[in-house]
Design a protein around this ligand. Structure first.
Ligand SMILES: [Zn+2]
Length: 417
């Protein structure tokens, strides 16, 4: 009897505590969370700081997306349609989820953010179970890292593209990933009050807008979410006037996983197309295998004579920039800024020989040499997934794949800008 009475007191006390601290039984949501750590988890370096949480939609099925995110360590958390949450990368370590990214002048946001993958599509509302799970996960992370609601962003807000055939400048609109999670109604349901009201990098003219529809959705959203369905009807997968390959596929336009079916029945992959201005109207675009594209893959070299005939064709307005690197057939390697600084070398910049290879949007670290190891060139970032190595045999490896002791001299180091 005394025991029961005592227990009753405790319950009353706990209940009172709950009332005082603003919790009621209805607010308590137990996160269904488990470990499914990526094989890359142990290799990933610890993040020096955590300023943002970036939200993603998988744009694919549960199984395929989970396999890919797990294999490449592309998120810290993964939220299934039934609200189950998996830990993929230890939240203190770096996950590769944003690729080429910028926010408020800071780049490569993987190094300062937590990434959450939500199974779903950028233009489709998430499930009630996902709302509940994501809300609780965000509540916990916001508290742990003291992150304000305005620093909870979507991948589509922070991804940006290097100059390409369709845009001569660095641009926003490379991805629509997570777009739905920026809508005020959705954010409200997730317990997020503040949100960015404008794109700081577009405002500061660091980037231009390459997807006006996305930009409008993010910063001047339709009043009701249902309006999205109407705008989706206009999103055609067929090449037509005003609907070019960029509008349809965005950063996947030249991917080997994007297939173009021409009106005459010819089929070409994005990576096989050379004449981008001659794609006939009526060509249908399909994505073959969305689950294959890695978030932080090395973007590769462009080549004079293959991808264009001038430096401007390949690098746009960045052709003379310090982040554009030229590999001449003679073996000479120089940045655009270096070439532009001397009158004799400017000739090579203005007329690069056929076969010259070009990297756009990377910081050039130079060669590994005796007494000049990778850790001296790249500092703590030597094994970041965003750091790339070109071995003397031509092979490209990321910081994820390379071991410190095995880096031979004459290896080149590039850091993603
Ligand atoms: Zn994403």
């Amino acid at each position: 009897m005394t025991f029961i009475k005592k227990r009753g007191h405790w319950l009353t006390f706990l209940l009172m505590l709950a009332v005082v601290s603003g919790y009621s039984a209805a607010d308590v949501y137990a996160l269904d969370i488990g470990n499914l750590y990526s094989p890359l988890n142990d290799k990933r370096p610890f993040r020096p700081s955590t300023r943002y949480i970036i939200l993603h939609t998988t744009e694919g099925s549960l199984d395929g997306s989970l396999r890919k995110v797990h294999r490449y360590g592309e998120a810290h958390y993964f939220v299934t349609p039934t609200g189950k949450v998996y830990r993929i990368i230890d939240r203190r370590r770096i996950a590769t989820h944003t690729g080429r990214s910028m926010w408020n002048g800071k780049t490569t946001l993987d190094n300062m953010s937590i990434g959450i993958e939500v199974v779903g599509f950028h233009d489709k509302d998430i499930t009630p179970a996902q709302y509940a799970a994501l809300k609780e996960l965000l509540r916990q992370l916001k508290r742990t890292y003291r992150i304000g609601d305005e620093n909870i962003l979507t991948h589509s807000m922070v991804a940006y593209g290097r100059p390409n055939r369709f845009h001569s400048q660095k641009h926003r609109g490379r991805k629509r990933c997570g777009m739905i999670l920026s809508h005020p109604d959705v954010r409200k349901k997730l317990g997020l009050l503040a949100a960015p009201t404008r794109d700081p990098d577009v405002t500061a003219k660091r980037l231009v807008v390459a997807d006006p529809d996305l930009h409008r959705f993010l910063y001047k959203p339709p009043r009701v979410l249902a309006a999205l369905a109407a705008s989706k009807d206009q999103q055609s997968m067929v090449i037509a006037r005003g609907n070019n390959a960029w509008r349809i596929a965005r950063d996947k336009y030249d991917s080997p996983h994007t297939l173009y079916v021409y009106p005459d029945g010819r089929k070409l992959r994005g990576s096989e197309i050379r004449e981008w201005s001659n794609i006939p109207a009526g060509t249908r675009v399909t994505f073959l295998d969305e689950d294959r594209e890695r978030e932080q893959e090395f973007e590769g070299f462009l080549e004079i004579g293959k991808d264009g005939s001038t430096a401007r064709d390949l690098a746009g307005d960045l052709y003379a920039d310090a982040t554009t690197i030229y590999f001449f057939p003679s073996g000479l390697i120089r940045t655009g800024a270096e070439l532009n600084a001397s009158a004799s070398q400017r000739k090579q910049l203005n007329n690069p020989p056929k076969g010259t290879r070009v990297l756009v949007g990377y910081i050039y670290g130079g060669y590994v040499q005796k007494g000049r190891p990778a850790s001296r060139i790249a500092g703590a970032k030597w094994n970041y997934p965003s750091t790339f190595y070109r071995l003397p045999n031509g092979r490209i490896m990321s910081g994820d794949e390379i071991g410190k002791t095995k880096i031979p001299t004459r290896t080149l180091i590039f850091m993603m800008k």
